[in-house]
Design a binder for this molecule. Structure first.
Ligand code: MF3
Ligand code: CO
Ligand code: CO
Length: 286
């Protein structure tokens, strides 16, 4: 979840209160917002958790090929997290989620449940990993293009990737969340793609989904002012078609309403005085 904007674990505001353009009264988040600042010791624990989450994605890459099921990928990740990393997969049993990772294929926007579907050449898959280590969460996702990818899927994955990094590059103490949202939205819409609004990034720490919500659209100079020591995720979901989504009857799987392709990348980031530190870089990004 990018998620859990709408379904935050500690909050049950009606959806129209959480989506700025549907809201009538004052912003309920302004009233309830409690953003935690991590101490140096907590920041170190976030670094460890973030590294572990990135390591899982590095591990699983070579297993993502035509013929494998997403349930098999789930088992490989679960065993790696629990037996090698001695960590906990955060999604498992989170608000009833049945598996240890999220696998979102093609028109699935986010929160896809691993299952018996076999990947085939041309599929575009997001794998989203969240681990808990020593009480702290690390949350990251990447796109994997199976076999011979279509030009459309490659292009969409690239637009989402660049959007995420343009958003991350806005982060620093003194900047505002609207700066992040506007940077992402501008890039995505300039490329004739759309930004999903019902799900967003989030604060992260001892909690999986903490305040604030990190919207991937918005207006520069507005929104929460960032402070050093905040940790949050940036995880834009980008659709090739319209931005509208729907939730499947399983209560988790979010798909594009028009069945167009969707792509997402996610990093967990620490805000510093001068900028940011990305806590979930892969081995080849460090
Ligand atoms: N990892 C997702 C996020 O980026 C949340 C998944 S919640 C689950 O926030 F229950 F679906 F696993
Ligand atoms: Co997240
Ligand atoms: Co995630």
């Amino acid at each position: 979840m990018a998620k859990f904007c709408v379904l935050g674990p500690e909050r049950f505001f009606p959806k129209q209160d959480l989506i700025p353009e549907l809201r009538k009264g004052p912003d309920p988040l302004k009233i309830s917002m409690t953003v935690t600042i991590k101490t140096a010791a907590e920041q170190e624990k976030m670094r460890v958790a973030g590294r572990l989450a990135a390591d899982v994605l590095d591990m699983i890459g070579e297993h993502v090929r035509a013929g494998v099921t997403t349930a098999e990928l789930d088992v490989l990740c679960h065993r790696y997290i629990t037996e090698v990393q001695h960590a906990t997969p955060a999604p498992l049993n989170y608000r009833g989620f049945p598996k240890s990772i999220c696998t979102s294929v093609n028109h699935v926007v986010c929160h896809g449940i691993p299952g018996e579907r076999r990947l085939k050449s041309g599929d575009a898959l997001n794998i989203d990993i969240t681990v808990i280590k020593d009480g702290f969460h690390g949350d990251t996702s990447r796109m994997f293009l199976v076999g011979k990818p279509s030009v459309r899927a490659q292009r969409l994955a690239q637009v989402a990737f660049d959007g995420m990094w343009l958003g991350i590059n806005e982060l620093a103490a003194g900047k505002r969340l609207g700066d992040v949202g506007e940077a992402i939205q501008n890039h995505v819409e300039k490329n004739r793609c759309s930004i999903v609004r019902e799900y967003c990034g989030h604060g992260i720490g001892r909690g999986f989904h903490e305040d604030p919500q990190v919207l991937h659209y918005g207006t520069r100079g507005t929104g929460l002012e960032l402070k050093a020591g905040m940790t949050l995720t940036v995880e834009p979901m980008v659709n090739a078609g319209k931005r509208d989504v729907k939730l499947l009857p399983d209560g988790w799987t979010v798909v594009t309403k028009d069945h167009s392709l969707s792509a997402q990348w996610e990093h967990t980031v620490l805000i510093t005085e001068n900028g940011y530190e990305v806590l979930t870089l892969g081995a080849d990004e460090r």
